[in-house]
Design a protein around this ligand. Structure first.
Ligand code: SAM
Length: 281
C-alpha cells in the first residue's frame, strides 16, 4: 500500500450494510496496519474474514475508550500504526473514537481519515430534501419528555434536520415530530440503506406516521429520519420589515432606513427601499 505510514492512526469507514461498500484503500490499510481498534471485535471479525484480513484486533468501545486510548497512544509513540473502525460506517459518527482521536492529536501524531459509508450522508443524498445546509442531531433522548424538549428546541431550525433513530421508537418519535413540526412538514424515512429491504420515502410527516403505523415492516431494521427545515416565515418577516422601517423613517431618509433594515433583517436592499417608499407616501 503506497500511502501506508508508520506511527499513524487511520480512521477507516466500513460498510453500513452492503459489504461491497468499502474502498480498496480501506482494505489495504486494514491489511497493513499493526493493529485494528474495533468497537466490537466479534462483529468486525466477519468483515475482516470476508476480505481475508488477519490483522490483530483490540476492542475500543464506549466503556473502555479512555483506558484503551492510552494503550493505543503508547503503541503509536513506539512507531506502530493503528486503524480505528466501528461496527458500521464512519467511526466517531454516533460511534466511539472521539477521545482517542483528540488524545492522539494532542501528542502530534498523524491522524488520517479513510472515507467511506456514512448513514446520514447516504440518507441525505437520496432524500430529496435540501442538502446545502443540514444539522446532524444524532440520537434523540429515548425518554419522551426529554425528546419533546429536544425537538421543540429545533422547531424553527431552517436547515434540514437529520436524526438516527431506533426502529422501536420510530412511531413515538414520529408522533412527537408531528406535534412539534406540524402535519405538513416534509420528512424522509431512510431505512435499511444499502441492504435488501432498503426503503427511502419522503412525504409530509403525518403521512409518514400513518405509513409506519399501518405497516409494521417499516418499524424494523436501521433507520435515519430527516426533516425539512422551516421555510422562511414570509408574513411575519414582512411585518418585521414594515415595523422597523416605520420607526427608522421617523428619523432617517428613505435610502438610509432601507439600508439599515436590509442589513438587520432578511430582506434585500431593493425590497426594503420599495417598502420604505410606500410607507413614506
Ligand atoms: N457510524 C455510523 C455511520 O457512519 O452512519 C452510525 C453508527 S450509529 C451507532 C447506528 C445508527 O446509524 C443506526 O441506529 C441507524 O440510525 C443509522 N444506520 C446505520 N446503518 C444504517 C443503514 N444501513 N440504514 C439506515 N440507517 C443506518
Amino acid at each position: 500500500m503506497s500511502a501506508y505510514q508508520v506511527a499513524t492512526l487511520y480512521i477507516v469507514a466500513t460498510p453500513i450494510g452492503n459489504l461491497s461498500d468499502i474502498s480498496q484503500r480501506a482494505i489495504d490499510t486494514l491489511q497493513e496496519v499493526d493493529v485494528i481498534a474495533a468497537e466490537d471485535t466479534r462483529h468486525s471479525g466477519k468483515l475482516l474474514q470476508h476480505y481475508l484480513i488477519s490483522t490483530p484486533m483490540i476492542s475500543v468501545h464506549e466503556h473502555n475508550e479512555q483506558q484503551r486510548s492510552e494503550v493505543l497512544l503508547a503503541r503509536l509513540q513506539q512507531g506502530e500504526s493503528v486503524a480505528l473502525i466501528s461496527d458500521a460506517g464512519t467511526p466517531l459518527i454516533s460511534d466511539p473514537g472521539y477521545r482517542l482521536v483528540s488524545l492522539v492529536r494532542k501528542h502530534n501524531i498523524r491522524v488520517v481519515p479513510i472515507p467511506g459509508s456514512c448513514a446520514l450522508i447516504s440518507a441525505l443524498s437520496a432524500s430529496g430534501l435540501a442538502s446545502d445546509r443540514f444539522s446532524f442531531e444524532g440520537f434523540l433522548p429515548s425518554k419522551q419528555g426529554a425528546r419533546q424538549q429536544a425537538l421543540q428546541a429545533l422547531e424553527n431550525e431552517r436547515r434540514t434536520l437529520i436524526f438516527y433513530e431506533s426502529p422501536r421508537r420510530l412511531k413515538s418519535c414520529l408522533t412527537d415530530m408531528v406535534a412539534v413540526f406540524g402535519e405538513d412538514r416534509p420528512a424522509c424515512l431512510a431505512r435499511e440503506l444499502t441492504k435488501l429491504h432498503e426503503t427511502i420515502d419522503t412525504k409530509p410527516l403525518v403521512e409518514l406516521l400513518a405509513w409506519v403505523s399501518d405497516d409494521s415492516n417499516q418499524q424494523r431494521g436501521e433507520c435515519v429520519l430527516l426533516i425539512e427545515g422551516i421555510k422562511e416565515q414570509k408574513e411575519s418577516s414582512e411585518i418585521a420589515v414594515n415595523q422597523m422601517l416605520t420607526v427608522l423613517l421617523k428619523e432617517l431618509p428613505v435610502k438610509k432606513a432601507a439600508a439599515i433594515t436590509a442589513s438587520l433583517l432578511d430582506v434585500s436592499k431593493n425590497t426594503a427601499y420599495d417598502m420604505a417608499l410606500k410607507l413614506k407616501q
